[in-house]
Design a protein around this ligand. Structure first.
Ligand code: THU
Length: 133
């Protein structure tokens, strides 16, 4: 099984645990860190709607919590006809740990649908140099 297949498998499994009673839209994500580890996440909604978080954000929290820093590959998986590309906020959050060349793969339950780079999804991203806290 290729690394991408494994990432898709993990995103799909994470999606099964999504807490999405308000939208009914379940999403899974998987991130590969610079040291090769894989981190999955699902969307976690809240009765106070703006307090929910996306699958990408959950996965990013797991990656950073585990001591990883770079994000070198991203998978986002959901059902439905439309590609489930990351929302604007998640594009910015991913950009904190990735580069404009980082692949972002969009998948459905059947497998890979389309691949982008983060730079295609978030051109001219805001950034400024600062020390790591
Ligand atoms: N959502 C994600 O988890 N990731 C995306 O890339 C797009 C949207 C979630 C947020 C919310 O829980 C639900 O999908 C419907 O917007």
């Amino acid at each position: 099984m290729s690394d991408l297949d494994e990432m898709i498998r993990l995103a799909k499994a994470a999606r099964e645990n999504a807490h999405a009673p308000y939208s009914g839209f379940r999403v899974g994500a998987c991130l590969r860190s610079g040291d090769g580890r894989l981190f999955a996440g699902c969307n976690v909604e809240n009765v106070s709607y703006p307090e929910g978080q996306c699958a990408e954000t959950s996965a990013l929290g797991a990656l950073v919590t585990a001591g990883a820093f770079e994000v070198t590959e991203v998978v986002v998986l959901a059902e439905g006809e439309r590609l489930c590309t990351p929302c604007g906020g998640c594009r910015q959050r991913l950009a904190e740990f990735a580069t404009s060349e980082t692949p972002v793969h969009i998948a459905g339950p059947e497998g890979l649908r389309r691949s982008f780079t983060l730079g295609e999804l978030l051109p001219e991203a805001f950034f400024f140099e600062r020390g790591r806290a």
